[in-house]
Design a protein around this ligand. Structure first.
Ligand code: FAD
Length: 472
């Protein structure tokens, strides 16, 4: 089978399932039904599922150039995905839409059997194909600049290749990725330090500049190791990994309960269970992939400093003096592989809505000690992923803005960030929007119901008994 054959089969599969459904949402003049901000994996899955449900007055925008959405071809510096190759990701239950189908159509079943992990560039290629084969409308190089309520609608300001533009939408979905509601988490000693001395792992780093230089990498997650590896491969003189813990976390706890039950059930648990489960998993931390660690330890100029917390960084000429819980040393450059945070202050485009968003820290009983943590700052979302107002009545538009990115994890479980359950999340989101549109337009639907007059019977199928000729 070739890729063209697969595309034919996919078209047939969708036709057998009557997908996409015919459009049914009553059009409103000059109003978009759904705008998705972000054309990465989550945005594409959400857009596809909306269109499957017949909500086709919708499109996505993405700040990135076409084919370069998300981290895969930008700051993701691993060679392969962490995930097992068999995950069905954004396929929305369509066998012909899976990575496996796409891969096998091109390289065959034997190559699939031989494949260990999915090479990172191939995952991006697959996402490009997914977008093309479903003809998903995404406007690239278009950035959300402002979002606010206007009457019963949302006013969106964007900036694209043709300059600034505005539109009105009934719903906006923020599929804006890991840093979607904030930015990189930066350890306090690095804040305010001249950027020539340091970078966050999600920054655009010119690794060729690190050749022959000494680099310190903060953190023990996947990104810390991937950045350390790239620095070493680029010819860094030495790389020191500063790891706060006494040992590198080894067990990816949440995979231990991965199941349809978790995907469907975690987001419906009482708050204290959500906090307990995610709190436990976060405290245990997700280990870096084994292949990422080995990629670093293969270099004899890589040094793993355990039990070594960063306490200070100060410029020392062209170098920096690094202070840690285990003493001080000098290096040329620091990379913070310290993850992301939910902090609206990094997102000017959300400044109109941000002050009104209810967060987990605002909830009664939320542990005081965690108020400023990433969990505390996570938005407390409704079952349809929409934001909830801190003070009812202050920003009703929030009920029409859906947070379909990593920041939804504490409310919904891991269904809007990682590959495994993104289809579960996309369906939850799109079905909720379809339900809401139907209810909001119920009068139009009732008028359509009354106006509908296509007969199934034409009057010649039967005769009333008293018209029958002499039947005994
Ligand atoms: C380095 C790295 C490696 C990962 N590896 C794996 C893995 O192996 N397995 C796994 O399951 N998960 C992995 N993940 C987690 C997850 O799968 C990815 O983060 C994935 O990209 C999430 O998809 P997304 O659509 O939510 O976000 P993204 O793919 O990041 O897409 C978000 C998009 O939103 C756009 N955007 C943001 N703000 C705006 C704005 N204001 N206006 C317009 N556009 C905007 C961005 O340009 C971006 O293209 C990894 C994450 C990272 C960061």
């Amino acid at each position: 089978m070739s890729l063209a054959d697969l595309e034919t089969r996919l078209a047939q599969d969708l036709a057998f399932l009557n997908l996409p459904a015919s459009p049914w949402v009553p059009p409103r003049d000059g109003v978009l039904d759904v705008l998705i901000v972000g054309g990465g994996m989550c945005g594409l899955a959400a857009l596809a599922q909306l269109r499957f449900l017949g909500i086709d007055n919708s499109f996505a925008i993405d700040a990135a150039a076409e084919g370069f959405e998300g981290p895969w071809e930008t700051f993701a510096r691993m060679r392969t995905l962490r995930s097992p190759k068999s995950l069905t990701g954004p396929a929305l239950d369509q066998p012909s839409l899976t990575f496996r189908a796409w891969f096998t159509a091109q390289w065959g079943a034997a190559a699939w059997d031989a494949l260990d992990k999915i090479p990172k560039p191939q995952w991006m290629e697959y996402l490009r194909w997914y977008r093309r084969v479903l003809a998903l409308p995404v406007r690239n190089e278009t950035r959300l600049r402002d979002l606010r309520g206007e009457g019963t609608l949302l006013r969106v300001t964007m900036n694209g290749p043709e300059g600034p533009a505005q539109l009105l939408a009934r719903r906006v979905v923020l599929a804006t990725g890991r840093s979607g509601l904030g930015g990189g988490a930066v350890p306090s000693p690095l804040r305010g330090l001249d950027p020539r001395y340091w970078a966050h792992s999600a920054d655009d780093i010119d690794f060729s500049q690190l050749r022959g230089r000494e680099v310190a990498v903060i953190g023990a997650g996947a990104s810390a190791f991937d950045n350390a590896a790239v620095a070493l491969e680029a010819g860094a003189a030495r790389v020191d990994l500063l790891i706060r813990r006494a040992s590198i976390p080894a067990v990816n706890k949440l995979t231990g309960i991965a199941s349809p039950g978790t995907e469907l059930g975690l987001g419906h648990l009482p708050d204290d269970w959500k906090l307990q489960i995610h709190g436990y998993a976060a405290a245990q931390q997700v280990p870096p992939p084994r292949h990422s660690v080995r990629r670093v330890s293969a270099h004899d100029n890589a040094y793993f400093h355990l039990d070594c917390a960063l306490t200070g960084v100060t410029p020392a000429g062209d170098r920096v003096k690094i202070e840690t819980s285990r003493g001080q040393f000098e290096s040329d450059f620091v990379i913070a592989g310290t993850g992301f945070r939910n902090d609206f202050s990094d997102r000017a485009e959300l400044s109109q809505i941000a002050p009104h968003v209810l967060s987990w820290a605002d909830r009664p009983g939320f542990p005081l000690s965690q108020r400023n943590s990433n969990f505390g700052q996570s938005p407390y979302l409704a079952p349809d992923f929409s934001f909830i107002e801190k003070q009812p009545g202050m920003c009703p538009a929030l009920a029409q803005i859906h947070c379909f990115n990593d920041a939804a994890m504490l409310s919904h479980g891991k269904v809007s960030g990682d590959i495994p359950a993104v289809s579960v999340g996309a369906k939850r989101l799109a079905r909720a929007i379809a339900r809401a549109f139907f209810a909001e337009d119920i009068e139009v639907h009732f008028d359509r119901l009354r106006a509908y007059d296509t007969p199934e019977l034409h009057g010649d199928e039967y005769l009333p008994a008293d018209h029958l000729p002499n039947r005994a």
